[in-house]
Design a protein around this ligand. Structure first.
Ligand SMILES: Cc1cc2nc3c(=O)[nH]c(=O)nc-3n(C[C@H](O)[C@H](O)[C@H](O)COP(=O)(O)OP(=O)(O)OC[C@H]3O[C@@H](n4cnc5c(N)ncnc54)[C@H](O)[C@@H]3O)c2cc1C
Length: 384
């Protein structure tokens, strides 16, 4: 019987990055995906690498996000060297613009909050902001510069991670829908697919994005839910945009440096179930936020629209670490930050599988936090 060291369920950026990490640690790894790999949230993302919290619920995530940003350049080097492909990784910072409300007060709150969390955030006088980004519009009433932020091209990163994983010996198996975990007594020994195949492994890592909760035996650990985000890409021939630009209502991410530029703009945050549909209302909201920040974009050509399903969780924090069943780990629920969090997630899962200890406290992200899974576990095991 063929038994992998690790089977990863889900070939998005999280599953792909973990597979690469484990293969580089010498493990025999397979990734199972129900379709072609990297076609879901990881393909749809904007690619901002921002540890800044976008709401109070995201504040506990800042240390993990900052740790991931700190190792991002090294992660990119490894992926690019192993794959021979580029990822579109860029440094240079983000400008956070305030267009509404009491702008000066909002700015001092933002700067104080970010600094309190250990993030570099400088108030940016408007004349300075305009020197850095001449295309900014008059609606911008105050601004801050987040010097350390970076960005990346998620579709290029996804292709490079897959190629790197393949080169490192990972078996990438598309068209394999996992329907349940295989649990024998106190141990998870593999997964079952919809074709009736059992894939055996010493470790199973569940990384199926917002679909993780649909796999039999997983929902009590990973009650993930889809949160739709709509996006658009514009072809912009005006003053080049050199940084990530964000406001209260939306964001812009430049994909290249010189005119004509491709600018990606987003995004909505919608509870629309698993329905992937771009709507006129959604596109209108993201375009009006973009046009408010950079009015010249009204003349830009819309070259693509799309949407993706973020893996949300009830507390908006990721689900990382071992379950209370030997051999079962979770790496899902990365919500709005999975591109940023991929390197640290892969590192921590790799450390746990190799050494049974991790270099960063991940207790608050444990899959055991959602339910009284300890009490329920024997029931789960016997029902599988
Ligand atoms: C519009 C939008 C903008 C975003 N912008 C950013 C950003 O700027 N920065 C950032 O850091 N993050 C961003 N995100 C979030 C980020 O994209 C996600 O957090 C990340 O991609 C999640 O990766 P994943 O691998 O967990 O999930 P996914 O990429 O969704 O991959 C899950 C995989 O699991 C597979 N799968 C599902 N069910 C099964 C099954 N039963 N059996 C086998 N395989 C299965 C799927 O086919 C899929 O390939 C954005 C997301 C969206 C939608």
């Amino acid at each position: 019987m063929k038994t992998y060291d690790a089977v990863i369920v889900g070939g998005g950026i999280i599953g792909g990055s973990i597979a690469l990490e484990l293969a580089q640690r010498g493990l025999w790894v397979a990734v199972l995906d129900c379709q072609e790999l990297m076609q879901e949230a990881s393909w749809a993302a904007a690619g901002m690498l921002s540890p800044a919290p976008d709401c109070p619920a995201a504040i506990p995530l800042v240390p993990l996000a900052s740790a991931s940003l700190a190792v991002y350049a090294e992660f990119v080097d490894t992926v690019e060297e192993t794959s021979g492909l580029e990822t579109g990784y860029r440094t240079g910072g983000a400008i956070e613009a305030i267009c509404h409300g009491d702008a000066e007060r909002e700015l001092s709150t933002l700067v104080a909050l970010h600094r309190g969390l250990g993030l570099v955030c400088e108030p940016l006088p408007l004349d300075e902001a305009l020197k850095m980004e001449p295309a900014l519009g008059r609606a911008v009433r105050a601004a801050a510069f987040l010097t350390d932020e970076c960005w990346i091209e998620p579709r290029a990163l996804a292709a490079a991670v897959l190629q790197a994983a393949r080169s490192a010996g990972v078996e990438l198996r598309s068209g394999r829908e996992v329907v349940s975990l295989v649990v024998n007594g106190d141990k998870c020994t593999g997964v079952k697919t919809s074709a009736g195949e059992t894939v055996h492994a010493a470790h199973v890592v569940l990384a199926a994005g917002c679909w993780s909760s649909q796999i039999l035996g997983a929902s009590r650990y990973a009650p993930t839910l889809p949160v739709r985000g709509q996006m658009a890409a514009l072809r912009h021939s005006g003053k080049p945009i050199r940084h990530v630009l964000r406001s209260e209502s939306g964001y812009l991410v430049p994909r290249n440096e010189h005119a004509p530029q491709t600018i990606v703009v987003g995004s909505t945050i919608e509870n629309a179930g698993f329905e992937k549909r771009v709507t006129s209302g959604g596109v209108e909201r993201i375009l009006s936020a973009a046009n408010e920040l950079v009015p010249e974009l009204e003349k830009a050509e819309i070259i693509e629209t799309w949407c993706g399903l973020r893996p949300g969780t009830p507390d908006q924090l990721p689900i990382l670490g071992p379950a209370d069943v030997e051999g079962l780990l979770f790496a899902t629920g990365h919500y709005r930050n999975g591109i940023l969090l991929a390197p640290i997630t892969a590192k921590l899962i790799g450390e746990w599988i190799s050494d049974r200890r991790v270099s960063l406290d991940w207790q608050m992200f444990s899959p055991l936090r959602f339910a009284d899974v300890r009490a329920d576990r024997s029931a789960t095991a016997s029902s599988l």
